[in-house]
Design a protein around this ligand. Structure first.
Ligand code: FAD
Ligand code: NAP
Length: 324
């Protein structure tokens, strides 16, 4: 079993972790990125990305994170294939244990473990991902301009996604399994007032149906939650919006988490309550959840980590000087 030591230990290899690595490496902190079970993060499971700045043409999500990784490695990051299963945040150095049995010790820790959209887990959902089924209207809504879409869910996320989709689609249907929404009243009022949105109540999704010709989504097979009756609802796009789960299991009881499990940071910064431990990207942000915001907070985490180390070293030198 090997021990890896670094000035900056980064857990997670999505846009947040990789951007922290680029900044950390350029500051001479020789970062280590522990990649986890999804190297490259959520962008590896999508296709077209049209909203990451700097690219006029459509780019592919997996390509974008590969480029980020190549840049991080080019400036001196060590990418390691492992998943952290245990973590000790007592400090002053932070120790993580990998699934491989290896130990990782960082003078600073950047948590970039992301979040995962919750899926329904019904037949066809996985197979039609990127072919009509999505969990991100901000990311994929643009591809459905002028087309018919459905949103599944009844919380704030679902209502916001439905309202957002009206920017592109004239025909948006919200499908909910009960007869009342969980979303805040103000959002419900906006939803019900919108002429471009229809709500289908008491309908669950039995499975997603593919077009036999092109393999793209043809519709959703609904099941009435009261009568048990099945029906096909044809649509071009289906957005699953039943919530997100941040990957914070490791940090329970060690860092403050909000009611939805996201890491709590000092507002406007990536600083957690533990000096030297920073959180960035989707793991601390349930609002924006975009590649560019993840990258932005990754940058902030690295800059703050660098400042934290510089200050700690300055204070140590001052103390040593005072002692003579
Ligand atoms: P993630 O990308 O979620 O990465 C988390 C990383 O943490 C992964 O590498 C994982 O392996 C690692 N990890 C987790 N637990 C551990 C552990 N215990 N040990 C080690 N590593 C661990 N955004 C856009 O801006 N534009 C788009 O077009 C777009 N399209 C999207 C399409 C889809 C289908 C999805 C799901 C998301 C899309 N997004 C898009 C959102 C974007 O992908 C996320 O906001 C972004 O990836 C978040 O980056 P992150 O680095 O915070 O986390
Ligand atoms: P949520 O509040 O947990 O709502 C999830 C919705 O999906 C519920 O309506 C639930 O139905 C439905 N659902 C769950 N599993 C399902 C399944 N298997 N099949 C069909 N439907 C299913 O999640 P969220 O909307 O993502 O919100 C999460 C948190 O973030 C909330 O605290 C919310 O307030 C917050 N948030 C806030 C804002 C904002 O302030 N603007 C925006 C987004 C999110 P039931 O109602 O029947 O349980």
């Amino acid at each position: 079993m090997t021990e890896h030591t670094t000035r900056m230990l980064i857990v997670g290899s999505g846009p947040a972790g990789l951007t922290a690595a680029i900044y950390g490496a350029r500051a001479g902190l020789q970062p280590i990125v522990v990649q986890g079970l999804q190297p490259g993060g959520q962008l590896t499971i999508t296709t077209d990305v049209e909203n990451y700045p700097g690219f006029r043409d459509v780019i592919q999500g997996p390509w974008l994170v590969q480029e980020m990784e190549a840049q991080a490695v080019h400036v001196g990051t060590r990418m390691l294939w492992d998943t952290i299963v245990e973590i000790d945040l007592t400090g002053p150095r932070f120790t993580a244990i990998g699934d491989s049995g290896d130990t990782y010790v960082g003078d600073t820790l950047v948590i970039a473990t992301g979040a995962q959209a919750k899926w329904l887990g019904v037949p066809g959902e996985h197979e039609l991902g990127g072919k009509g089924v999505s969990a991100c209207a901000t990311c994929d809504g643009f591809f459905y301009r002028g087309k018919k879409v459905v949103v599944i869910g009844g919380g704030n996320t679902a209502v916001e996604e439905a309202l957002y989709l009206t920017n592109h689609s004239h025909d948006v249907t919200l499908i909910h399994r009960r007869d009342s929404l969980r979303a805040e009243k103000i959002l419900q009022d906006r939803l019900f007032a919108h002429t471009g949105i229809t709500v289908l109540w008491n309908k669950g999704i039995d499975h997603f149906v593919a077009h036999p010709e092109d393999g793209h989504l043809k519709g959703v097979k609904l099941i009435d939650t009261i009568t048990g009756e099945h029906s096909l609802y044809e649509t071009d796009g289906a957005f699953v919006a039943i919530g997100h789960a941040p990957a914070t299991e490791l940090f329970k009881g060690k860092l403050e988490l909000d009611a939805n499990g996201y890491i709590v940071v000092e507002p406007g910064t990536p600083k957690t309550a533990i000096p030297g431990v920073f959180a960035c990207g989707d793991v601390m942000d349930h609002t924006y959840r975009q590649a560019v915001t993840a990258a932005g907070t990754g940058c902030m985490a690295a800059l703050d980590a660098e400042r934290y180390l510089a200050e700690r070293e300055y204070l140590a030198e001052k103390a040593a000087f005072a002692e003579g």
